[in-house]
Design a protein around this ligand. Structure first.
Ligand code: 5GP
Length: 210
């Protein structure tokens, strides 16, 4: 398996104390190389009132990543302490690094009535769905396995064996796509953004009328 995903352990608080929520949670999951980050940026530029949930991670920042914008980069000890205190709305371990969504930050946005966009993996999406009725999970697919391979080869200077691992991990993630009520194929970024934008508008409209 390329990306080793571990299920949250026994310390995970099964019911984060989040109440009085009003906003919608749009969850976007996708294999690496599908264009998820670019799509998120495009969607956020179209909806000025949509909040992006900045995740916490224990991995090292990559070139160009900004603290508080791309991620909050924290120490492993701090992350584990927050697990034991039940301070994550969801968390997962990917490739030896922790990733999580702060229950406190999420609660703050939802209680303010803000809709939130989350970019999280399939494990995290499962946890959020379990605890938040108002979540809208969306899976972003590459147009084909060949295209995904091309994109990974183009964007990365990784050796072929690392690319193979990523492709294997992508296959495993794509096997979970049926858990998602909405699937968008990213064969054209603008079209994929149009589809996601339409979905967001529909959910917002149906929420207002309910
Ligand atoms: P990367 O290290 O490439 O930024 O992200 C690796 C994976 O972690 C991606 O699949 C991404 O969606 C996922 N991820 C990022 N933030 C979170 C988070 O807060 N929770 C979970 N469960 N996954 C996350």
């Amino acid at each position: 398996m390329g990306k080793k995903r571990e299920q949250p352990d026994k310390h995970f608080s099964p019911k984060p104390a989040i109440s009085g929520r009003k906003g919608l949670l749009f969850i976007l999951s996708a294999p690496s190389g599908t264009g998820k980050s670019t799509l998120c940026r495009l969607i956020l530029s179209r909806f000025s009132d949509l909040c992006y949930s900045v995740s916490f991670t224990t991995r090292q920042p990559r070139d160009g990543e900004i603290e508080g914008k791309d991620y909050y980069f924290i120490a492993r000890e701090k992350f584990e302490e927050m697990i034991s205190k039940g301070e994550w709305a969801e968390w997962a371990k990917v490739h030896g690094n922790y990733y999580g969504t702060s229950a406190k930050l999420l609660r703050r946005e939802l209680e303010a009535g803000n809709d939130v966009l989350l970019d999280i993996d399939v494990n995290g999406a499962r946890q959020i769905r379990k605890h938040f009725d108002e979540s809208v999970p969306v899976f972003l697919m590459p147009p084909s396995a060949d295209e995904l391979r091309k994109r990974l080869e183009k964007r990365s200077s990784d050796p072929p064996e690392v690319i193979e691992k990523r492709l294997k991990a992508a296959e495993e993630e794509m096997a979970c796509r049926d858990e998602y009520p909405h699937i968008i194929v990213n064969d054209d970024l603008e079209k994929a953004a149009d589809k996601l934008a339409a979905l967001i508008k529909n959910y917002r409209a149906s929420k207002k009328s309910s």
